[in-house]
Design a protein. Structure first.
Length: 235
């Protein structure tokens, strides 16, 4: 006999939390369903293929699906290569969590590599795979990165649940991946301040990797200082 919706909501809202500090990115089974949680200090990155709905409407569903799969597969492999733990797929978007002393460096390095893959691997492959591939090969994408404390809990019902990250960092990173301006990669000043010279400049220090966005970006009613970049850096 399943509990009623009323009793379940009441239990969720009144049951005390069982929260512990997480030192690694938790798996689903590491967190109990009954108001269990892990508090983490982590860096979140969202990689999002832009305008995928346009692809789906203008191409055959099979062609659109191949392009989306190519982007998601490539992004996930690069994120894992640099130590990210994949915790969410949402259509044309993938989310990874980085923890540890070099979490910001690793997340940013992965972002630059994903941008390289889009420009130097996926776009040329599209032009080669279809005779009219040049007409739709210029795919764009957005990557958002932020860092901070988050609470990871389980949401859903028994046998149908997944991890949910609650906090400013995952929310801001997700919103930054939706920005569609001249930069495919956006990070907060909280991430940038932790980067070394290797990820701040290129051409022997003559060029800046990051450009500060004019004004401040509002996410959830709060202002954030955001930097953008179009730089690519292969594996």
């Amino acid at each position: 006999m399943y509990p009623t919706i009323e009793s379940t909501v009441n239990e969720i809202l009144t049951e005390p939390w069982n929260i512990t500090d997480g030192r690694v990115v938790p798996e689903t089974e590491n967190i109990v369903m009954k108001n269990g949680g892990k508090k983490v200090d982590a860096t979140y990155i969202y990689a999002d293929l832009a305008e995928s709905s346009g692809l789906a409407q203008n191409l055959t569903k099979e062609a659109a699906a191949k392009i989306i799969r190519a982007y998601i597969n490539t992004s996930a492999r690069i994120l894992r290569q640099y130590g990210g733990e994949i915790r969410s797929f949402d259509g044309d978007r993938v989310m990874a969590i980085f923890m540890g002393e070099e979490k910001n460096w690793k997340a940013v390095r992965a972002a630059l590599a994903i941008n390289w893959a889009v420009l130097e691997v996926i776009r040329p492959a599209i032009r080669t795979a279809w005779t009219d591939g040049a007409d739709f090969s210029e795919i764009n994408h957005g990557i958002g990165i932020d860092t901070g404390e988050a609470l990871i809990v389980r949401g859903g019902v028994r046998d149908n649940n997944d991890l949910i990250s609650v906090g400013a960092a995952p929310n801001v990173a997700a919103k930054l991946s939706d920005i569609r301006d001249s930069f495919p990669i956006h990070i907060t000043d909280r991430v940038r301040v932790d980067l070394n010279e290797e990820l701040l400049t290129y051409n022997e220090g003559r060029n800046q990797i990051w450009q500060k966005l004019s004004g401040q970006t509002v996410v959830g009613g709060k202002y954030h200082t955001v930097y953008g970049s179009s730089v690519q850096w292969g594996l």
